[in-house]
Write a protein that binds this ligand. Structure first.
Ligand code: NAP
Length: 278
């Protein structure tokens, strides 16, 4: 039977996942499909229950369903269980409808690809939402020595730090930012600031440690105001596109049996779509 997969969200029209998976299906000559499906919150349980039937091999999950789906599926991976968020649903070897979060994997895969020789022992995260949770899990897994979470709501940053119970994480507010930046090897924006329709994230980068990397998870636009300023000041930078591409890899492999590559051609394809030149 022809395999079908999809991405679900509410709304879903801006998702780039069909471009990514469609490219891989074509590249590897697989007779499968990958669509986007708008699923209202009340319909999520019934939709997920169909995974594994009629060739439906699984789905990606985006805003606002990631936490709901984490409660509906079997979760094997301890990191996914801890963050309580699932973006990839599949049928596991025991035939169960299972899920995992691949955002942290995507974050780290792009960082390692771009800067393989850095070990980024001191990291500052801006924001304390869902993306910050996945990034934090990935940083803890690779034993980062010191992570500072800077958020406008310090209590929320503290809750996030407590979730991991690690001595290497500290939660602080904006007034501590300049101090943190002096020690930072890697500065990560996990807020939507800088995204089209949002104001820029205003940070005084004159305090940032020389040689640091600035990583912005936002990918629309490809170069945010923060990244532009960082580049102009001579810092190395990384946008959110690569994370988006890499987080899609584990799902495709589970559904279609081929571990796909994140190629320059795929990057160019999605870039053209983001820039409206496709
Ligand atoms: P989220 O759960 O809503 O969290 C957003 C965080 O940003 C919260 O801590 C929020 O603070 C903070 N924030 C929002 N507006 C702010 C402002 N004006 N000033 C200071 N802090 C502000 O969202 P998310 O799911 O983590 O996503 C965040 C961003 O990451 C989005 O732009 C998304 O596109 C991007 N992202 C990219 C990828 C990728 O693959 N590249 C993957 C996931 C997410 P409060 O809690 O105080 O509101």
């Amino acid at each position: 039977m022809r395999k079908t997969a999809c991405v679900i969200g509410w709304p879903i029209r801006h998702s780039r996942s069909p471009i990514i998976h469609g490219y891989w299906l074509k590249t590897y000559g697989i007779d499968g499909t990958y669509d986007k499906v708008a699923v209202a919150p009340e319909d999520v349980p019934a939709f997920i229950a169909r995974v594994g039937t009629d060739g439906f091999v699984g789905c990606n999950v985006t805003i606002p369903h990631k936490e709901t789906v984490a409660r509906l599926v079997h979760v094997e991976d301890p990191v996914t269980a801890r963050i309580g968020s699932v973006n990839t649903v599949y049928v596991d070897a025991q035939g169960r409808i299972a899920g995992e979060s691949t955002d942290g994997y995507g974050f780290m895969a792009e960082l390692r690809t771009a800067y393989p020789n850095d070990d980024f022992q001191t990291v500052t995260l801006i924001g304390a939402g869902g993306a910050a949770r996945s990034v934090l899990a990935a940083l803890i897994e690779r034993r980062t020595q010191s992570i500072e979470i800077v958020a406008r709501d310090v209590a929320k940053a503290q809750t996030l730090a407590d979730l991991f119970g690690s001595e290497s994480i500290r939660a602080t507010g904006w007034p501590s930012l300049s101090d943190a930046l002096r020690r930072t090897d890697l500065l990560v924006n996990t807020t939507p600031l800088g995204m089209t329709g949002y104001p820029d994230l205003e940070i005084d980068l004159s305090h940032l440690k020389p040689g640091a990397v600035v990583y912005d998870l936002v990918y629309v636009p490809m170069e945010t105001g923060l990244l532009r300023e960082a580049r102009q000041r001579g810092f190395r930078t990384l946008g959110g596109l690569g994370m988006l591409l890499h987080q899609a890899v584990p799902g495709f492999e589970r559904w279609f049996g081929v571990r796909p590559a994140v190629t320059p051609e795929l990057r160019a394809l999605v870039t053209r779509d983001i820039e409206g030149t496709a």
